[in-house]
Design a binder for this molecule. Structure first.
Ligand code: GLU
Length: 230
């Protein structure tokens, strides 16, 4: 019988993993993810989830409910508006899925300022630790409706790394549709090069291999019944 000490885990899930081809929340994936997180919690581990998907889910809802063709500009205010709509959808889906496992979840929305100001950093930490002590799973996203470019985390991979530091996590898991760190950028249609299995030291060479935020575009393609501009 293993008697591993409990771990504090931060798990990050990205938009393209969490949403289906139309951009709506992938309920099957969510059910599987929440089941696995509930199992980890039952084993005695503490779990914090960092979840993207709000903007995509909001756009999807707007597009599928529009009675006439809708133009959604690719500008910050419209992304923020979509996030405001989608975040509720996302939390509704998480609350339902976790309820099946008898687990409470809690929404936390953060901006970079919350972590760069010492007092706010400690407040956020205390709240997260209190939630963990209550057996709830915090579901964290960036507070997109107020975060403009200058104060954004960059992306939720960065947010997840900062959250892992905030709560002194033992492990940060990033669930992604990208295979791993490649020695060269995989070309479309070409076989994927073998990934680098372990990075012992983050130096200039490794930094140069890490690109910006990008997911597989095929996840976003199907739009048959939608009433939005592409
Ligand atoms: N906060 C964004 C969203 O919920 C995602 C940002 C990211 O994944 O980089 O849509």
């Amino acid at each position: 019988m293993s008697s591993q000490p409990p771990l504090r885990l931060v798990v990050k899930v990205g938009t393209s993993t969490l949403t289906n081809a139309n951009g709506g929340v992938d309920r099957g994936f969510l059910s599987d993810l929440t089941r696995q997180l509930a199992i980890e919690q039952r084993k005695g581990n503490e779990v914090i989830l960092v979840s993207s998907g709000a903007i995509r889910a909001g756009r999807d809802l707007l597009c599928t409910t529009a009675s006439t063709p809708l133009t959604l500009p690719d500008t910050l205010p419209y992304k923020q508006a979509a996030a405001a709509i989608g975040q509720g959808q996302l939390m509704h889906a998480y609350t339902e899925a976790f309820a099946w496992r008898d687990v409470n979840c809690a929404q936390i929305l953060l901006t970079r300022d919350d972590l760069s100001d010492r007092r706010r950093f400690l407040n956020a930490r205390n709240t997260l630790l209190a939630l963990l002590s209550l057996g709830a799973i915090p579901v964290i996203n960036e507070n997109d409706t107020v975060a403009v470019d200058e104060i954004k985390f960059g992306d939720n991979d960065n947010l997840a790394a900062l959250v892992a530091t905030l709560v002194s996590a033992d492990l940060l898991l990033i669930l992604s549709d990208v295979g791993g760190l490649y020695p060269v950028k995989p070309e479309q249609g070409e076989p994927e090069p073998p990934i680098i299995p372990i990075v012992e030291k983050v130096d200039a060479h490794i930094m140069a291999l890490a690109g910006g935020a990008q997911s597989h575009p095929h996840r976003y393609r199907a739009r048959a019944t939608r009433k939005c501009n592409p």
